[in-house]
Design a protein around this ligand. Structure first.
Ligand SMILES: O=P(O)(O)OC[C@H]1O[C@H](O)[C@H](O)[C@@H](O)[C@@H]1O
Length: 573
């Protein structure tokens, strides 16, 4: 057993790595990295530490702006705070952040981890699901809501659709003054800058081309919503800077919190401990969404990667395979007894364990940085470029093609015939079976050690659905001992979707779809939110097939919650 502590005063949250039998391999990699002065090279953006091809190296050098973005943003704090005062003085009562993937993940984490005291209530929209869009619209005071359209590229279809949808609503209320309620966060020179200017947006925050989406938590993308929500962004950033110095440009990898963690994760993945299973107290559950995107999109490519497993029911050692590393992130002094004792039992059973105890939610600023460094370093161990997402495009391309068919024919092409239809629910898969139970059984029987079940819910999120999806994960854990992940679509397409297609061929993908009786039209477009979302589901299924992934689509009919219960009832005991 080996443990390393980082606990000086005015310092970063302590991390303890209990790696057991894997410590020797991690130590060997640390020595190898020290011998080539990895720490210095990392800060000098020496791209040869990651990949050897010139194009890959060029991409790496041009996306390392996140290393110092917290310093730059410290100087922007007065500007952001003045903006918050302006917005409050103008009478706004609510903030909605709209975007996908890295552009909205940090606000999602902040919303759950902080109370919002002293700030404006915050909502995040990152789905084309018409039910969710409608719920959001009904839950905010439209005329007094500030809408932040967040898109680095300014070309992502979803945020542009959200912006147009709500701009149209505001025009109906305020005519030419609609733009007062809109803010853009995007890269300089993006097409969206022109559109937002023409529409009279209140403010356009220009972010940094050299900061990629999933590394943008500590840039305008994370900090403008954070400040509006009442978070002390100066303190958040100053804690990031403490971590940044701790991860600083010289010295032994073994005493560098980000580098050591990254080497450990990379080496563990090479030793087939590639399911990074996050255990957190309830208030930090959305930290898992942020970490999922960072790790899965950065490392899940070329058949390699670390699979983040977030939100999985924490269980007794007997249900797990030998492919896990457990990471506990919580608050020092918070009992969180059930989680901590479960992790202790897993440690006693021989699983590698990493524990991080923050002093409070403002430490998230430091943790964002630690995990960004660790993810970049784990990618160096694996020999891949952490800053591209080559396989996300496969789903987008398939969706675009399907949307052209919608424009031409007024509807999506019919999909294949189901393997089984029972109680109004249809099951589509390459596996055969005469009944729902047989199809489910045949599909899940493909599970091998090291595989994972991936639930992809293109549904309106609700507590009942969350409970049903958790029940499904628990049942599969019990019976097949494989890792289980779960995500709502289309959110995960901009996150773990990269790993699903680009990572190892170990996924068993179950896609849930539903009818859209409560659809919503999109202004200026010939299609609805519902059609767009269906095309995204169908497009991603095609993309998964093009990578020969094992899939099962379950169409739940009109009532998703009831449909999911019917599926659970059909699941072999
Ligand atoms: O901020 P945007 O340019 O709109 O991008 C939003 C997201 O979409 C893409 O699909 C990428 O895979 C993500 O890494 C990115 O965070």
């Amino acid at each position: 057993m080996h443990s390393s502590e980082h606990t000086p005063a005015q310092s970063v949250a302590p991390a303890t790595l209990q790696l057991g039998q894997y410590q020797a391999a991690v130590d060997a990699k640390i020595q190898e990295f020290n011998a080539k002065s990895f720490t210095a090279g990392f800060w000098q953006k020496d791209a040869a530490l990651w990949v050897q091809d010139e194009a890959g190296q060029q991409s790496i050098r041009s996306f390392m702006g996140w290393l110092r973005v917290a310093e730059t943003m410290m100087e922007a704090v007065p500007e952001i705070e003045a903006f918050v005062r302006e917005v409050k003085a103008a009478g706004f009562r609510h903030v909605v952040v709209m975007g996908m993937g890295g552009s909205t993940m940090a606000p999602i984490v902040f919303k759950a981890a902080f109370t919002g005291e002293g700030g404006l209530p915050l909502s995040v929209l990152d789905t084309t699901d018409p039910g969710t869009v409608r719920q959001l619209e009904e839950s905010v005071p439209l005329a007094e809501t500030l809408f932040i359209v967040a898109s680095k590229s300014g070309t992502t279809a979803e945020p542009l659709a959200f912006g147009d949808y709500f701009y149209d609503k505001l025009r109906q209320l305020k005519g030419d003054k609609a733009g007062e309620n809109f803010v853009a966060i995007t890269d300089p020179g993006s097409k969206f800058v022109t559109a937002a200017t023409e529409q009279g947006y209140r403010r356009i925050f220009l972010n940094f081309a050299e900061v990629g989406g999933r590394f943008s938590a500590l840039s305008y993308f994370g900090l403008v919503p954070a400040a509006l929500y009442g978070i002390d962004i100066r303190e958040l950033l100053s804690r990031s800077l403490v971590m940044m110095r701790a991860c600083g440009s010289e010295g032994d990898v073994a005493t560098n919190p980000g580098l050591e963690l990254g080497v450990a994760l990379g080496v563990l993945a090479q030793q087939e401990r590639d399911k990074l299973t996050l255990v957190v107290p309830e208030v930090l559950s959305d930290f898992g969404l942020w970490l999922e995107q960072l790790i899965a999109e950065s490392t899940g490519k070329e058949g390699l990667g670390v699979l983040p497993v977030a939100g999985e029911p924490v269980r007794e050692p007997a249900v797990y395979g030998q492919d896990r590393v457990f990471v506990y992130v919580g608050y020092a002094g918070d009992a969180d007894a059930a989680n901590r004792s479960a992790v202790a039992a897993l440690e006693a059973a021989g699983h590698p364990i990493i524990r991080i105890d923050m002093s409070g939610p403002l430490d998230l600023g430091a943790e964002f940085f630690r995990w960004e460094v660790a993810t970049a370093v784990a990618s160096a161990v694996l020999g891949i470029n952490p800053f591209d997402q080559p396989n996300v495009q496969a789903a987008k391309t398939a969706t675009d093609r399907l949307m052209k068919e919608v424009e031409a024919n007024g509807q999506l092409p019919q999909s294949q015939s189901p393997a089984a239809t029972e109680n109004g629910i249809s099951y589509f898969s390459a596996v055969q079976g005469g009944s729902a139970a047989e199809v489910l059984q045949a599909f899940l029987a493909q599970a091998r050690p090291g595989d994972y079940l991936c639930l992809q819910a293109y549904l309106t999120e609700s507590p009942a659905l969350n409970a049903g999806l958790q029940e499904l994960r628990t049942r599969v854990q019990n019976q097949y001992h494989i890792a289980t992940t779960s995500g709502y679509g289309p959110r995960f397409l901009h996150s773990t979707g990269q790993y699903h297609k680009g990572g190892p061929d170990t996924g068993l993908f179950v896609q849930f779809t539903v009818d859209h009786p409560q659809d919503l039209p999109l202004p200026g477009r010939s299609y609805t939110f519902g059609t767009f979302k269906n095309a995204q589901a169908q497009g991603d299924l095609e993309a998964l097939h093009s990578f020969n992934r094992r899939t099962l689509r379950i169409h739940l009919g009109a009532d998703a919650e009831q449909g999911l219960q019917t599926v659970l009832a059909a699941l072999p005991a």
